[in-house]
Design a protein around this ligand. Structure first.
Ligand code: NAG
Ligand code: NAG
Ligand code: NAG
Ligand code: NAG
Ligand code: NAG
Ligand code: NAG
Ligand code: NAG
Ligand code: NAG
Ligand code: NAG
Length: 364
């Protein structure tokens, strides 16, 4: 599709002198880029075949296609088809992303993307949002993503990415406040450079194949509210330095290979609300500092080898709604003070060496 300025310039071309000819060509070229870029964008959308099967055939109003937003100059700034509105499958690479130099927002959630991330995405330098969660993407996280320095909240959770979490990528994303790589197949250990992401408030690596020990650089992440690394193969002791993570509300270390005892420093995270240590190899006793965790709503340490008595101070945890200490090596009698936990709705103490019964006030 040629624009009218292009044609009219062609018509005046023969009238130009040799000297002026170059100027004319320059003018034509400029006009062509300006005029056909919009056209290129439309063509790129059309050629992607992503919208095949949806009731769209009109290339001239591509700014109105499902999930497309243009600016006042009809340039595409946002591609965000709502969840499940189109199905892309293996056609991710068919989209010519270089045609969208103005793109700032790319949200491709749950539209069946498969294969690798096309490298052209690394050239979208204005991109602030990149969400590719809930797809079937595979391969290693491409290093070209380091070029996307404007990214604010990238989300690639719930895909099938493999390989190690690239150290270089973590460094380039160090200003992020949220990093969600959960629900993939990442392996290797958590990179040391994670400690440079000092503004992180949420780190979610849940459900991967991450191994090794927690890097001590984690202590740098003093703004963290949620640390979710459950369902991996992380081993070693639960580090003492979490004492720096005083703001934590959610700590999920479940389904890993942590051993050693629960550090008493956990008691300094007084805002902890959700604490999941279940299904590890934690030994020792419940530290007495637990009594300070008065904001706990859900405490689940089941399936470890925690011994000793259930501390009487359990009664301090007045906000507990759910308490699971089952499948450990706890001994002694069930403290009657548990009856003071008036918000408790779920209590599971089975498969320990406890004697006595659950106070009748809470045994429903
Ligand atoms: C395509 O869209 C343009 C602009 O909105 C409109 O003028 C034209 O009639 C449409 N053509 C068809 C075949 O719907
Ligand atoms: C992709 O778009 C760019 C810019 O519009 C264009 O130069 C290039 O030829 C396109 N590539 C393909 C494979 O269509
Ligand atoms: C990842 O791959 C596994 C098996 O290869 C498959 O069962 C699973 O559904 C895939 N997950 C996603 C989100 O595509
Ligand atoms: C990243 O940006 C640099 C400098 O702008 C460029 O040279 C390089 O080719 C880009 N890398 C990729 C993979 O896009
Ligand atoms: C962290 O946030 C502060 C305050 O918003 C900002 O000044 C600083 O540059 C940020 N640090 C990084 C590494 O982005
Ligand atoms: C991670 O997985 C890849 C295959 O995806 C494999 O080649 C590599 O050895 C694994 N690394 C570790 C540390 O297990
Ligand atoms: C901790 O953060 C500082 C910036 O505040 C940074 O210079 C340092 O490298 C970080 N330490 C680790 C271990 O990542
Ligand atoms: C705990 O949470 C409260 C309420 O959100 C907040 O005011 C307080 O600063 C938090 N304490 C810490 C140590 O972050
Ligand atoms: C914890 O496990 C690591 C390796 O997985 C081992 O080296 C260490 O001795 C164990 N520590 C305890 C206290 O069992």
């Amino acid at each position: 599709m040629l624009s009218s300025p292009f044609i009219s310039n062609l018509q005046v071309l023969p009238l130009c002198l040799i000297f002026a000819f170059c100027l004319c060509v320059a003018a034509i070229t400029t006009t062509t880029i300006m005029a056909t870029s919009i056209d290129d964008e439309a063509k790129a959308l059309h050629n992607s075949q992503w919208w095949n099967g949806s009731p769209i055939s009109n290339i001239s109003n591509h700014c109105e296609w499902t999930g497309i937003t243009c600016d006042a100059n009809a340039r595409i700034i946002q591609i965000a088809p709502p969840f499940n509105t189109i199905y892309v499958g293996d056609k991710f690479g068919k989209m010519n992303f270089t045609a969208f130099p103005n793109l700032v927002y790319l949200s491709l959630v749950g539209i069946g993307l498969s294969g690798n991330i096309p490298s052209e995405i690394g050239m979208l330098s204005k991109l602030t949002n990149l969400d590719m969660s809930y797809n079937h993407l595979t391969g290693e996280l491409p290093v070209f993503l380091v070029n996307l320095t404007q990214l604010d909240l990238p989300d690639i959770s719930s895909n099938n990415f493999t390989g190690a979490i690239p150290d270089q990528l973590i460094k380039s994303l160090r200003k992020l406040s949220i990093l969600d790589l959960s629900g993939n197949n990442f392996n290797g250990s958590i990179p040391w450079s994670i400690g440079e992401m000092i503004n992180l408030t949420q780190l979610n690596l849940h459900s991967n194949f991450i191994s090794g020990q927690l890097p001590s650089s984690l202590e740098n992440l003093t703004q963290l509210l949620a640390l979710e690394i459950g369902q991996n193969s992380i081993d070693g002791v639960i580090p003492y330095q979490p004492k720096n993570l005083k703001k934590l509300v959610t700590l999920d270390l479940s389904f890993n290979k942590f051993n050693g005892s629960i550090p008493w420093t956990l008691g300094q995270m007084t805002n902890l609300t959700y604490l999941y240590l279940y299904s590890n190899s934690v030994t020792g006793q419940m530290p007495s500092t637990f009594r300070r965790l008065t904001n706990l709503v859900d405490l689940d340490v089941r399936a470890n080898q925690i011994g000793g008595l259930i501390p009487l101070e359990i009664e301090n945890l007045k906000n507990l709604v759910s308490l699971d200490l089952s499948r450990n090596s706890l001994i002694g009698s069930i403290p009657s003070t548990i009856a003071h936990l008036t918000k408790l709705e779920y209590l599971e103490l089975s498969r320990n060496y406890l004697i006595g019964s659950i106070p009748s006030t809470i045994a429903h």
